[in-house]
Design a protein around this ligand. Structure first.
Ligand code: F6P
Length: 319
């Protein structure tokens, strides 16, 4: 293999740049050319491709976002769209592809490798919703961003003796809420995996007030429901006015943590190694701090195991 390419796709995640850097530098170190495809699969269809060199990935390991830009591409889900992609890859002489993204991006990667393009998937999403791996690139940074927000909101809640609802991302997965809520000492963590009734929240609020608690923090995962509805229900049941903070895109940006940079660097280099060893259709993950790889088919059909132990601990500690 003489020439490979790398792209980022779907929602951006802090650490994607570190992964791109690792693919490019590991490739150059193995004497192959590495091309960068801009705007994910849409850039692949449109031939938005440039050769990367050592300095095109200089000064990016610490930056959030993705220098290759990213997009969600409907056209690539069609056979016609992918045929265009195949022709572009052929035209550029690209023999292998590294796709950095979430499960939607892995679906594109899966199709490509079934159609004969050696492809490797690297999990990059803040959501940590890819069941086959303990962690995805970007999750640790997003959790720390949320934690920082909880700390700040806690200060003001304490001063004003208020209740706060903090809405966090994660799509259908509650991991960001669970990890940040546990680390931030939230009174309630509401996640799709564990439907904790409103009654319980209100009981806890009233009990907390009765024992002189100054504030109450509820971390709400976007996948379980709407913050305004919860605010209204809490008010109707307790007469307490809760303030909503929606963290939104702040969770997708920012400098990646050391942990995300290291994970991304390891996975990027591993992807190049797999392609050079003629492996295709593999998804790279991490289990117990060891890098693993399995077929993208298996990765996509794995079922996410909810960390019940962490949730139970958060319940015990937030009485
Ligand atoms: O998958 C990452 C993510 O940030 C999710 O947590 C969120 O639900 C979604 O993307 C938001 O997508 P968009 O950027 O299209 O608003």
């Amino acid at each position: 293999m003489k020439k490979i390419a790398v792209l980022t796709s779907g929602g951006d995640a802090p650490g994607m740049n570190a992964a791109i850097r690792a693919v490019v530098r590991a490739g150059i170190n193995s004497k192959i050319k590495v091309m960068g495809i801009e705007r994910g699969f849409s850039g692949l269809i449109n031939g938005e491709i440039k050769e990367m060199n050592l300095s095109s990935v200089g000064d990016i390991i610490h930056r959030g976002g993705t220098i290759l830009k990213t997009a969600r591409c409907e056209e690539f889900k069609t056979v016609d769209g992918r045929n265009k992609g195949h022709n572009v890859l052929k035209g550029f002489g690209i023999e292998g592809l590294v796709v950095i993204g979430g499960d939607g991006s892995f679906l594109g990667a899966q199709k490509l490798c079934h159609e004969g393009v050696p492809t490797i998937g690297i999990p990059g999403t803040i959501d940590n919703d890819m069941p086959y791996t303990d962690y995805t690139i970007g999750f640790d940074t997003a959790v720390n961003t949320v934690l920082d927000a909880i700390n700040k909101i806690r200060d003001t809640c304490m001063s004003h003796e208020k209740v706060s609802i903090i809405e966090v991302m994660g799509r259908h997965c509650g991991d960001i809420a669970l990890y940040a809520g546990l680390a931030g000492g939230a009174e309630n963590i509401l996640i799709p995996e564990e439907k904790s009734g409103l009654k319980k929240i209100c009981e806890k609020l009233i009990k907390g007030k009765a024992r002189g608690k100054l504030y109450h923090i509820i971390v709400l995962a976007e996948g379980i429901g709407n913050a305004s509805e919860l605010q209204k229900e809490v008010f109707d049941k307790t007469g307490i006015e809760a303030r909503i903070t929606t963290l939104g895109y702040t969770q997708r940006g920012g400098n990646p943590t050391a942990s995300d940079r290291i994970l991304a660097s390891r996975m990027g280099a591993k992807a190049v190694e797999l392609l050079l060893n003629k492996q295709s259709g593999r998804a790279i993950g991490v289990k117990g701090n060891q890098l693993i790889h399995l077929s993208i088919d298996e990765a996509l059909s794995a079922k996410k195991k909810f960390n019940r132990e962490l949730y139970a601990l958060s319940q015990v500690l937030s009485i």
